[in-house]
Design a protein around this ligand. Sequence first.
Ligand code: TYD
Ligand code: MG
Length: 457
Amino acid sequence: MAKLSKKSVFICQNCGTSHIKWQGKCNGCGEWGTLVEELVNPKEVKSGPVLIAGKKSKPLKLTEIEVTHEDRWHIPDLELNRVLGNGLVPGAAILLGGEPGIGKSTLLLQLALQFADKKILYVSGEESAAQIKMRADRIPHDNPKLFIAAEVNLSQIIQSVQEIEPDILIVDSIQTIFSDLLDSAPGSVSQVRECAARLVRLAKETPLPVFLIGHITKEGSIAGPKVLEHMVDTVLTFEGDRHNSYRLVRTAKNRFGSTMEIGIYEMMGNGLREVSNPSEIFLSSGTESFSGISIATTMEGMRPLLIETQALVSSMAYGNPQRSATGFDLRRLNMLLAVLEKRCGFNLSKHDVFINITGGLKVEDPAVDLALVCAIISSLHDLNVPPRTAFAAEVGLSGEIRAVNRLEPRIAEAEKLGFKQIFVSSNQVSGLGKNFKDIAVKGVSKLEEVFRSVFSE
Ligand code: TYD
Ligand code: MG
């Protein structure tokens, strides 16, 4: 049999599973039409797995391993600092994913400019050095130790790291980088996997924190094999919608901290502004009250947030009542409407119901239930929820008001923002450790009680 010098394999662009011949469906993830032919260099196939540290390491007793707290570098960008778990760990590999144009390059370039005491190498495979300079000129920070390289070749990047010896490496983006060792095109699964593996190894060996920017697919996951997310220590996603200037950084995975935190930014003409008091942006200004609006409390990570929930209930326009929810789970909305019908006797079956969480936020916290139910009834009967009223409770299937977690920080946030009353589950009132002076904490146990109290004033 003739010996082939180059082998080709068919790699699933979704999960990275390789197949020896083309087929319609991937054996690994079951997706259709995702296999792409890639040439494999025999050299690379033989090389096999590589040791992470590049050298043999001796097992140590857990008690012998020393960890110093200065090992975390405080990041000047406080939102990012918190999201990463109070600082940057040397040797950490961090992947930042997000839609095109959302501000990934801006966020990391701004971070590089703010980190004035660190030497940083910013490698871009997407923009020329002059374009990066123009972008940097818009941002009001300066770092004399920031090096820019417009480069896509992995071995060149590693060489630059060895020459410059930066404290932090930023690679924009992993999909544009390619390795000479592979014949496949930049952005293909094998290239992304190889380049990311080399950069992660570089991070661990040096140790050097490495930020990788990743494109996302149209389904919203980071483009390339899922292994990419396994390789790195932290996966951040940068999100927001095109129509408003607020941006959220979330952690999807973090080996060095909680995944509950979010960072909030506003995209301005001169870079991203950290939003330190997020409740302000989710509440529309003004004290005028309208029907169909009520204020809920939610937790994003460890931070309480006050958000506005809006409902519009109108007579049915077509044969079937419409229900639509923006920023909230539609099934949960249907459940709340069923509770209102069955337990409280409101007739909503002849009405269309639309709800919206303002500020482009998506909430999953059940503590917004009570506010939403009040917004719906407020719109149905055209009665306003009194101003400076907030809600923090879940609604159960029998119309009972249920307890929520971390109630005290929620009340404290509402008090700080000048709210005068907050409705919570009566089960939780006696357990409150703190006395709130400026806000009345009203314990309620049934929906009827809430409606009587809210709409009778
Ligand atoms: P960018 O960082 O290029 O996005 P990504 O790397 O995620 O593709 O951000 C692009 C958008 O941000 C672009 O539409 C312009 C806008 N922008 C500002 O509004 N203000 C600024 O100071 C900068 C640098 C960019
Ligand atoms: Mg970019």
